[in-house]
Design a protein around this ligand. Structure first.
Ligand SMILES: *Cc1c(COP(=O)(O)O)cnc(C)c1O
Length: 390
């Protein structure tokens, strides 16, 4: 086989990365101070039209801070999705709070009808607080994830959050660049609609800083507190006075240099991902038993990840597809295992989880890197078109 290995999702570093990182090294600004850090924060805020942005070490630490600036404490509970990457939920436990797991809808994001039903039927709204009938604890926030670059139903989610006094944390780690093109939130970017949003610049995300993240918000107070917490909670810069427990979560100038170079190319990356998405979608439509899941109609997605749905009409099941593609030098992977089924979360409260189980059985992610060529895509399609039982 002559075919080069086609990875699932890898970085694309062909812009000003070397130039900016070299500059950071040459000027000896390599740590958490330095001009690229502020510049990167400003440019991200500008790009997604947020009031401000505070950098952090990764998406996970950003979510840890996001929960704290939303005043989630160990006394509280937080509504979370079950079908997503576990880093969306672990920070709830870092704080000592408890997650309540929700099902997904066809967009793979949180099912808003079940969310509303849960708030109405399983909780009591007393003195402005949503109390979980089962545990008598207050539910203070919800974490919504914009899965694979799609957009959760933010219109309904913000309505429900308002009705029940919940803070909305958007895990937009996969959705940098996704925005509404219609409706109430037309022009608004994923991550900027709830109280606080978080992006990730991990190596597999649409832009990368190696590791890194960003917290965005339109609330000045909340941003100020996020900055305070990510920089060791100093109340005085010079005299080492600290007014609470802070963290060393700020991004470094080296990472930010990489991030700025990547951000310059985000528009191009989205365009390539879009073209490859439609190429896959159009061709795979003709293969019986396979479809590429849609993004929503009222948004411009960032087309980050492609979800291949296989049903019983296709000769291979999910696991067989993954194994078969590997023999063809193509990397693919199943969607995440449900978080509520993972060892640390067995016993956590769940609400009517059904659809997530179906997607788990049937979804495979296929190569989607922004440096994937048209030939690579055609090769993957050809392999899917000629399935072999191993
Ligand atoms: C990538 C990701 C994270 C975590 O981001 P890191 O930067 O890797 O810590 C959190 N949630 C989701 C949904 C992700 O895909």
């Amino acid at each position: 086989m002559n075919q080069n290995f086609i990875p699932l999702s890898v970085p694309n570093l062909k812009g000003n990365e070397i130039k900016y990182v070299t500059h950071a090294v040459e000027t000896e600004w390599v740590s958490t101070a330095g001009p690229y850090v502020n510049d990167f924060e400003e440019k991200i805020a500008e790009y997604v039209k947020a009031e401000g942005a505070i950098s952090c070490q990764n998406g996970t630490s950003g979510l840890h801070i996001a929960l704290q600036v939303c005043d989630v404490t160990r006394e509280d509970e937080v509504i979370v999705p079950t079908l997503t990457f576990i880093a969306a939920v672990n920070p709830v436990k870092y704080i000592g709070a408890e997650p309540i797991f929700m099902d997904c809808d066809d967009s793979l994001a949180m099912d808003v009808d079940k969310l509303l039903e849960f708030c109405q039927k399983e909780c009591s709204f007393i003195d402005g607080k949503l109390i979980n009938n089962r545990t008598k604890k207050q539910i203070k926030a919800l974490v919504v994830v914009h899965v694979f670059g799609n957009m959760a139903d933010m219109v309904k989610i913000t309505e429900i959050a308002k009705e029940f006094n919940l803070k909305v944390i958007e895990d937009a780690t996969e959705a940098l660049g996704t925005y509404y093109t219609e409706g109430k939130y037309k022009g608004k970017y994923a991550g900027t609609i709830g109280d606080v949003g978080v992006y990730s610049f991990n190596g597999n995300k649409i832009i990368t800083t190696g590791g890194g993240g960003m917290i965005v918000s339109n609330d000045e107070e909340l941003l100020k507190r996020a900055k305070h917490l990510t920089t060791q909670a100093k109340s005085d810069e010079l005299y080492y006075t600290h007014d609470e427990i802070g963290y060393n979560y700020r991004i470094t100038n080296l990472q930010a240099a990489l991030g700025l170079a990547q951000l310059e190319q985000l528009g191009d990356f989205i365009k390539i991902k879009k073209d490859n998405y439609y190429l896959y979608k159009e061709r795979i439509r003709h293969i019986e038993g396979l479809t590429i899941l849609d993004f929503k109609d009222d948004i411009r997605p960032n087309y980050w990840f492609y979800a291949l749905y296989c049903d019983e009409k296709y000769p291979l099941n999910r696991n067989e597809i993954i194994q078969y593609l590997l023999t063809k030098n193509i990397q693919s992977r199943p969607i995440w295992g449900l978080i509520s089924d993972q060892k640390p979360y067995i016993g956590s409260q769940t609400y009517k989880i059904e659809k997530a189980k179906t997607f788990l059985e049937h979804v495979v992610n296929i190569p989607c890197s922004s440096n994937l060529s048209r030939e690579d895509v055609m090769y993957v399609i050809e392999c899917l078109n000629n399935p072999e039982k191993l």
